[in-house]
Design a protein around this ligand. Structure first.
Ligand code: NAD
Length: 245
């Protein structure tokens, strides 16, 4: 479904991002996985040796326009185009408002929102130049109803939805589609860090009767990244088993 396309996946070293990287490679894309540390990038690449001609690692500070632009240019230089950006890197929080420091709030805003802006801008510049492309952001089911602690996390995901819909409208004239995937509870390290009772309680309320697997979410990224979604832009695609939070 993605033969000949080139994709960058931020936070591609593990969890949902790594599943997207694998799904894209299986479907013929060239992929650059972006991680926060060279060591984790190398570890992820070591699990993808069968695709070694079509995969590379990059490690820019996702909030630095200069580092991101240089890293994305290196991807275009290696593979010849820049077609899909999956903005997946993100961190979560459960901190109560009473304990939330400004530093912690800024940290989550930086990665979950500012980095999405910085990476989208750098990608859009390359995509416009080549006549089009696709940006896929990672929202969350909490972007609808919020959550009862860790207010910074849903705040960033509501903002990601706003950025997605606004950029879809702004970039349509450049043939750049912008959508988001909103996962429900998905079995990754992010969820492993939550108390078991909390995960059990959330899972019990999922109509499909199970938490999502990273591959379930990667399938949504595959659809939106492919030409199957050629007339789809500005949507927040829920992949949450119909969970209501
Ligand atoms: P994860 O913790 O397993 O992986 C997060 C990824 O982000 C890792 O690859 C990590 O290296 C990267 N990352 C973390 N800090 C970074 C930084 N400073 N710079 C660059 N990269 C950094 O998480 P996950 O569950 O796979 O989550 C991926 C995305 O899905 C996030 O945006 C998250 O908000 C969203 N999401 C996850 C769930 C879930 O239940 N797991 C639900 C809804 C939304």
């Amino acid at each position: 479904m993605l033969k000949g396309k080139t994709a960058v996946v931020t936070g591609g070293t593990r969890g949902i991002g790594f599943a997207v990287v694998k799904k894209y490679l299986e479907n013929g894309a060239n992929v650059a996985l972006a991680g926060s540390r060279q060591e984790t990038v190398e570890k992820a690449l070591s699990q993808l040796t069968e695709y070694k001609d079509r995969v590379m690692g990059i490690c820019p500070d996702l909030c630095s326009p200069e580092e991101v632009a240089a890293a994305f240019a290196s991807v275009k230089e290696r593979f010849g185009s820049f077609d899909i950006l999956a903005n997946n890197a993100g961190i979560s929080s459960r901190t109560s408002l009473y304990d939330y420091t400004v530093e912690e709030f800024s940290k989550i805003l930086d990665l979950n929102l500012k980095a999405v802006f910085v990476c989208s801008q750098a990608a859009a510049r390359l995509m416009k130049e080549q006549g089009g492309g696709v940006i896929i952001n990672t929202s969350s089911m909490v972007s609808k109803n919020g959550q009862p602690s860790g207010c910074g996390y849903p705040a960033t995901k509501f903002a990601v939805d706003g950025l997605t819909i606004s950029l879809a409208r702004e970039l349509a004239k450049d043939q750049i589609r912008v959508n988001a995937v909103a996962p429900g509870v998905t079995r990754t390290d992010m969820v492993a860090a939550l108390p078991k009772e909390m995960v059990d309680r959330i899972s019990a309320g999922i109509p499909l009767g199970r938490p999502g697997e990273p591959e379930d979410i990667a399938n949504a990224f595959l659809y939106l990244g492919s030409d199957m979604a050629s007339y789809v832009t500005g949507i927040i695609l829920r992949a949450d088993g119909a969970a209501m939070n």
